[in-house]
Ligand binder design. Structure first.
Ligand code: ATP
Ligand code: MG
Ligand code: MG
Ligand code: MG
Length: 438
């Protein structure tokens, strides 16, 4: 991609409304633009990051056996009356009327709808277990939308739902998602710690929030530092096998959100030097809710003996758009964003440091073509800007690699390669640059 033909409206100055680094940087780097409070347009560079996150989330869920579908954003109020949540949900729900005065809502979550879909499509115990998910926009009329996409009103969520015959089956479904989440966040380049969370009226031990530690996070958390360095399961993890050992490893050490924090247990279990009380960003939550929706909505299957059985459900959310903010919050420096390789909008920023010099322009175009032919995403700054401004801009948008090409190096067939995360630079023959990056 040539920057001269791209749409990348970066900002020179810090936007006054942004209180935290990630919000500031996302606006400055031209990733998003606010259209209304908590409602954002995803500009081309930001959209590429969002799509990368989506792709990784999808790959890991598919690997764990979940099945993707897509439900509408608008739902009928009557569906939510079946579960009793239409009245209970409160002002976070955006309620809408269509031209026939039918009451509708913009979905804040989809337990009712997915239960309705599942109920209509499944009647026998043989059809279970199943796990359905979607990646779809949600709306919650948050009282205080803030920190950019971190707490938006319209936001992109992966929401998944498992259906099992009994609690033991639901527990296995829960464990699969637990492991899939560990893998997903690790691949995204962030450390998200599963912490015990509020389970609501059902109780039990089956809810975890996945938290990225950050001083500016909205959740208060307590944990044993030992959880920060646990190994994440490999891609060949057997989702049909026994996941209990992984779960045990990750849940034995103390880690809890403030809602369920137990100071007595904390002090008894965690030696002083390992105690960590800090804040974090909730990037995902997994939850077992039993037969709450299936009983209210009569979602049942017939068992081998002919009896009817209400389904045991769990739900599993990932804040896809919030993750963009969380990643920037965790991965930036003074100069700008430092994207983890896996989610970066382009792999390489290619800088023509001598605009107007035909030989440099030709060498850049050739290098861009070679890299793109190998599947490497290149943003080629072929604009007339000064070299200094180009370097600053590349640091701001945070692509993992920068290649600078200018007449002096070119005379010897050389280019300069910089790794954004370490700042490490090296002079390389242009040919070697390609070999280095593929
Ligand atoms: P929070 O505690 O931050 O309000 P939540 O617990 O209400 O989040 P869930 O219902 O668990 O959210 O939704 C699943 C995921 O969706 C959350 O873990 C979070 O990552 C994301 N999410 C929730 N609300 C928002 C929001 N207003 N803006 C962006 N992402 C959100
Ligand atoms: Mg909330
Ligand atoms: Mg929460
Ligand atoms: Mg939550």
């Amino acid at each position: 991609m040539r920057l001269s033909r791209y749409f990348l409206p970066t900002l020179k100055d810090n936007p006054a409304e942004a209180q935290i680094a990630s919000h500031r940087l996302m606006l400055r780097a031209g990733l998003i633009r606010q259209e209304a409070a908590g409602i954002y347009a995803w500009l081309p560079l930001g959209l590429r990051v969002l799509k990368n996150i989506e792709r990784i989330v999808r790959e890991e869920l598919d690997r764990a056996g979940a099945i993707e579908l897509l439900m509408p954003t608008l739902q009928l109020a009557d569906l939510w009356r079946e579960s009793g949540r239409y009245e209970a949900y409160g002002p976070e729900m955006l309620r809408i009327r269509d031209r026939h005065k039918r009451e509708m809502l913009y979905g804040p979550t989809n337990e009712e709808m997915v239960t309705g879909i599942f109920r209509a499509g499944v009647s026998s115990w043989r059809d279970l277990p199943r796990n359905l998910y979607q990646i779809q926009w949600k709306f919650r009329d948050e009282q205080r939308p803030r920190f950019g996409v971190m707490r938006g009103r319209e936001f992109l969520m992966k929401d998944g739902y498992s259906f099992d015959l009994d609690e033991a089956g639901a527990r296995r479904s829960y464990q699969r998602m637990f492991v899939a989440y560990l893998r997903t966040f690790a691949r995204l380049g962030v450390k998200a710690i599963p912490m015990r969370a509020e389970t609501g009226p059902i109780g039990g031990d089956l809810s975890h929030e996945f938290i990225v530690l950050a001083e500016t996070g909205e959740s208060e958390v307590y944990c044993d530092r030992g959880v920060l360095d646990l190994p994440v399961p490999d891609a060949d993890v057997d989702y049909d096998g026994d996941l209990e050992p992984v779960i045990r490893e990750w849940t034995t050490r103390y880690a809890a959100t403030s809602d369920v924090h137990d100071p007595v247990r904390y002090e008894a279990e965690v030696p002083e030097p390992r105690r960590l009380r800090t804040r974090g960003i909730e990037v995902g939550q997994i939850f077992y809710f039993g037969t709450k929706y299936s009983e209210a909505m009569r979602a049942q299957v017939t068992m081998p003996d002919g009896s009817a059985r209400a389904l045991h459900g769990g739900s599993y959310g990932i804040g896809v758009s919030r993750l963009v903010g969380a990643i920037v919050q965790a991965c930036h420096d003074e100069a700008g964003i430092v994207w983890p390789d896996a989610v970066a909008p382009f792999d390489v920023g290619l800088l023509d440091v001598k605009p107007g010099d035909p030989a440099t322009a030709a060498a850049c175009a050739e290098l861009r073509a070679k890299l793109e032919a190998r599947g490497i995403g290149v943003l080629h700054d072929d604009t007339d800007a000064r070299a200094g401004a180009k370097f600053a801009n590349m640091d701001l948008i945070g692509l993992p690699w920068q290649i600078a090409v200018g007449p002096r190096g070119l005379a010897n067939g050389m280019a300069e390669l910089k790794r954004r995360c370490s700042g490490e630079r090296s002079e390389l023959p242009i040919e070697a640059v390609v070999a280095r990056l593929v």
